[in-house]
Design a protein around this ligand. Structure first.
Ligand code: COA
Length: 171
C-alpha cells in the first residue's frame, strides 16, 4: 500500500489544494491530508474547523482521508507508514522554499521522498490568505474554493461591514 501525506495549514482548503490532492490520489493508494495543528500562523479557522472543511471538501473521494497532525512532518509520515510527501508548486517563487523543505525533510528521514505536482494553471495565483481577504471584502470566491469553504467564510465575515465605493472615495 503506497501512502502519501499532503500536509499544510489549510486555512482554509482551496480548489488549488483540492486539485493537487485529487491528482495525487491517482498516483497513490492512499492520500492523507494532514492539517497542521499549530504552524505559528494566526489562523482564521481553528484546527477542528479546518479539518471539518477538508472532510466536507473531500467527500466522495475514496482514497483521501484527513487528520490533524503536530510535530515533525517526517515523524508523522513514518507513524502513518507513508513514504512520500506531496507538495504543489504554483510558481517559480515557490521553488526555493520547497527545495529547502524537501532537502530538510530528506535529511531528517532519507526514507521519505517529496513528490511535486505542478498546479493547474487555473489555480496558479490562489492562496488561502488571498481567498480569506477576498471573502472578507465581499469578493466572489466561488471559483476558488469548495462550496463548504465559501459558506464558512461567508458565516465568519457575516457581521463585518463591507466597504462601499463611497466610503473609499470619502476617505
Ligand atoms: N493551491 C492553493 N494554495 C496553495 C497551494 C495550492 N496548490 N499550495 C500552497 N498554497 C498556499 C497555502 O494556501 C498557503 O497560503 P497562505 O500562506 O496564504 O495561507 C501557502 O501557499 C503556504 O502553504 P504551504 O507551503 O503548504 O505551507 P503551510 O503553512 O500550509 O504548511 C507545513 C507547511 C505544515 C507543510 C510545514 O510547515 C510543516 O511540515 N510543518 C511541520 C513541522 C516540520 O516538519 N518542519 C520541518 C519541515 S519544514
Amino acid at each position: 500500500m503506497k501512502i502519501a501525506v499532503y500536509a499544510g495549514t489549510f486555512d482554509p482548503i482551496t480548489n488549488g489544494h483540492m486539485d493537487i490532492a485529487v491528482r495525487a490520489s491517482c498516483l497513490f493508494d492512499q492520500i492523507i491530508i494532514a492539517v497542521a495543528r499549530d504552524n505559528n500562523k494566526n489562523t482564521l479557522f481553528n484546527i477542528e474547523e479546518r479539518c471539518a472543511l477538508v472532510e466536507e471538501a473531500i467527500k466522495g473521494q475514496k482514497n483521501i482521508i484527513v487528520e490533524a497532525f503536530e510535530g515533525l512532518l517526517v515523524d508523522y509520515c513514518k507513524a502513518k507508514g507513508a513514504t512520500s510527501i506531496i507538495r504543489g508548486l504554483r510558481a517559480i517563487s515557490d521553488f526555493d522554499m520547497e527545495f529547502q523543505m524537501a532537502l530538510l525533510n530528506r535529511g531528517l528521514n532519507g526514507g521519505i521522498d517529496t513528490v511535486f505536482l505542478m498546479s493547474d494553471a487555473k489555480y496558479l495565483f490562489i492562496s488561502s490568505s488571498l481567498i480569506r481577504t477576498s471573502a472578507e471584502l465581499g469578493g466572489d470566491i466561488g471559483d476558488m474554493a469548495p462550496q463548504c469553504v465559501v459558506d464558512a467564510l461567508r458565516k465568519k465575515f457575516k457581521n463585518k461591514k463591507q466597504p462601499h465605493r463611497t466610503d473609499i472615495l470619502h476617505k
